[in-house]
Design a binder for this molecule. Structure first.
Ligand SMILES: [Ca+2]
Ligand SMILES: [Ca+2]
Ligand SMILES: [Ca+2]
Ligand SMILES: [Ca+2]
Length: 326
């Protein structure tokens, strides 16, 4: 038993060093195949399946996986990587836009947005990219999916009734319910820790504010109350803090506050835009998107107090919309 564990650890270490380039080769090969066989399914070579098993094990050792959107292969696709940027895995192989990932609470599935059926729809796929399923099937623009705490429901934004509003549906796409009715845009929903409330960003005060409402859409409360734009709420996994982006300092930076709007703290202070924060599973780190390294954004990670900011993607094409799963 001890020997087999040593053997496994050795291979995991080798895989960590080798898989980033290895995956690129696999992806290039996948590009040559017809679209219907490109999903990472049982039809892949054995070594790809072994690699996925290794990726899964590495994820448990390294503090989760970060999914993100990149156009490095020619159009918007979803990828995942370890928390240190290693072991890159391509999840989608579609000529259309694939974006806005969100992990289930157990990290086994990812909800995302895709235009592969002609308009923006909410999809769900397994964490390795297999079994993509269209949940919305609606001609309206559907966006920004967010799983409820036990992954039984998905909140999302949709323009199906005119302007953008927040909706909720079951995990299989049934029972779609509209939650917001303000004439201005409401989007980017995030569930509270117990699933009783939903945070979102709203333009109803003629600038973006972070709001919270009950999960049935009642009792909306403005948490930010600031004339600058406050956007993209991200709830910590212990339910205590909300990270968000705001341009109240003259450009977009990442801020954090308590879930009642008190205790505001600025985490990034760079003249370039810092946006789209997401918490690590243990709440000790925050990943975010930043434009500080050039025209195209990179995915960074930092400690939850703003220290130790590190570029995870380091790629000349755009990388953004990080989502951190278990
Ligand atoms: Ca795509
Ligand atoms: Ca749609
Ligand atoms: Ca505001
Ligand atoms: Ca900034």
């Amino acid at each position: 038993m001890k020997n087999s564990i040593k053997f496994l650890i050795k291979h995991l270490l080798l895989a960590t060093m080798a898989t980033a380039s290895f995956n690129m080769i696999s992806c290039e090969k996948a590009m040559e195949k017809p679209a219907e066989s490109q999903a990472l399914s049982g039809s892949q070579p054995d070594r790809m399946i072994d690699e996925l098993a290794l990726a899964s094990m590495l994820a448990k050792k390294k503090g989760g996986r970060i999914a993100f959107e990149s156009n490095r292969d020619g159009n918007s696709e979803l990828y995942s990587m370890n928390a240190d940027g290693g072991n890159l895995l391509r999840l989608t192989v579609e000529p259309s836009v694939d974006a806005s990932p969100d992990w289930t609470h157990h990290g086994k599935q990812i909800a995302f947005v895709s235009r592969r059926d002609g308009n923006f729809e909410i999809y769900v796929m397994d964490a390795d990219g297999s079994n993509p399923t269209n949940l919305t099937n609606h001609p309206g623009h559907d966006a920004t999916p967010a799983w409820s705490p036990q992954s039984k429901q998905i909140a999302f934004s949709s323009a199906r009734d005119g302007g953008s509003d927040v909706y909720v549906m079951n995990a299989d796409g049934t029972d779609v319910t509209r939650l917001t009715y303000a004439p201005a845009s409401d989007s980017y929903p995030v569930w509270s820790h117990q699933g009783k409330q939903i945070f979102f960003n709203s333009f109803r005060d003629v600038n973006w504010e972070i709001y919270v409402m009950d999960a049935d859409g009642s009792n909306p409360v403005n948490l930010t109350n600031h004339p600058a734009n406050d956007r993209e709420p991200a709830l910590s996994n212990n339910g205590k803090k909300i990270a968000f982006s705001s341009n109240r300092g003259g450009n977009y930076d990442i801020y954090v506050m308590n879930t009642d709007g008190t205790g505001l703290t600025q985490l990034t202070d760079h003249f370039a835009a810092d946006v789209e924060p997401a918490w690590s599973p243990n709440n000790k780190q925050i990943t975010f998107t930043t434009y500080r390294d050039g025209v195209f954004p990179e995915v960074y990670v930092m400690n939850a107090d703003g220290t130790g900011q590190v570029n995870l993607t380091n790629h000349p094409d755009y990388d953004h919309m990080p989502a951190w799963g278990k």
